[in-house]
Ligand binder design. Sequence first.
Ligand code: NZQ
Ligand code: ZN
Length: 389
Amino acid sequence: MIQNFEFYNPTRLIFGKEKIETLSKYLPLGSKIMLLYGKSSIKKNGIYDKVKLTLKSFNHIEFGGIEPNPVYETLMQAVELARKEKVDFLLPVGGGSVIDGAKFIAAAIPFEGSDPWTIVSEKAPVKSAVPFGTILTLPATGSEMNSGAVITRNSTKEKFAFGSVHTFPKFSILDISVLNSLPKNQIANGIADAFIHTTEQYMTYPINAQLQDRMAESILKTLISEGPKVLSDNIDEEAGANFMYSATMALNGIISMGVPTDWSIHIIGHELTVLYGIDHGRTLAIILPSLYKRKIGDKIAKLSQFAERVWNINNGSNMEKALKAIEKTEEFFNSVGISTHLKDYGDNIDLEFTVKEIISRFKSRNIKGLGEKGIVTLADIENILRDSW
Ligand code: NZQ
Ligand code: ZN
């Protein structure tokens, strides 16, 4: 039976071609805007110039240099500047990192506690946030239409999520032209991230949530059929539009309504990013196959449904179908250029250290088990990391 739920998502989506050019319609008149961006991509691909053209008629300042996996220490510099300049609207232009960074900045500017890091580390209540609208340049995280953000603290090598009802974007512009400048590895990351957002909200146990299941399966099938077309040298524009919309739908709250969720792959994956800087989407593709194999007994009903409905695997026992589906999923990640083995991500990675460090971090956070019903125990996590090698 579907669990009780409430749904709220106030983000206006502005999707399609030549939509960045319509930005002025959505910016609040009379406000002091802070344009936020990453390292350099928007300056190279012309998006910065387009946005600046619009911003000419608005009172604004800018802050660039937000890193991939946005860093608290950098974001706090933006918070100080925004407070000093009395900024009252933020405009992040970038991928999930810049948008997540903006969410933290938005919540930290009016934060009354003494240490804004507690918003992330202790989930200190966010009572208000500076409003913001986004221009998404990398379909992947869904951050453009959700209220969550993942922030890294360099000094302690911690990467944690926070979310608040106040940190939904007011609007998000999804202009498919942004795909033209995206490196293939980033597109592949986006495919994996959106895919695994969907499975985190689907691959648990059945509760007869027919529509949520079929919506999740549709997203997965769309990513499988359209994702590879976006990787070809001549980007298929229609495939790009389908990919972009799928990534948003994978994490805007719609498919998780009233269903159990997992998120263990993300929680383990974040540790691989803080330890080794591995791109977020790739960390998930490393963990998924071994985690699903280790937890096949608990997840068998959904894994075999996934096998039938997403991969068209209809022969064999449920166990055989489930195993085949995990194999097909791993092959899919490999086919878009993502290795599913930790050892392929650098000579500096030591398996024993990785296992010891992650288990000790989880112990110190008092984690006994992750995933739906806490089924992924610390012993499982150790085995999963070893299997992922
Ligand atoms: O920094 P710039 O120069 O902008 O370059 C970026 C960055 O190097 C580049 N890029 C972005 N758009 C581009 C482009 N290059 C050329 N053309 C374009 N159009 O791509 C690189 C990666 O960008 P980033 O924003 O880091 O990638 P992504 O969107 O995958 O975001 C990853 C972050 O989102 C978090 C992750 O943990 C990670 O920190 N997540 C956020 C979630 C959320 N808010 O709901 C959920 C996710 O599970 C995820 O954890
Ligand atoms: Zn993710």
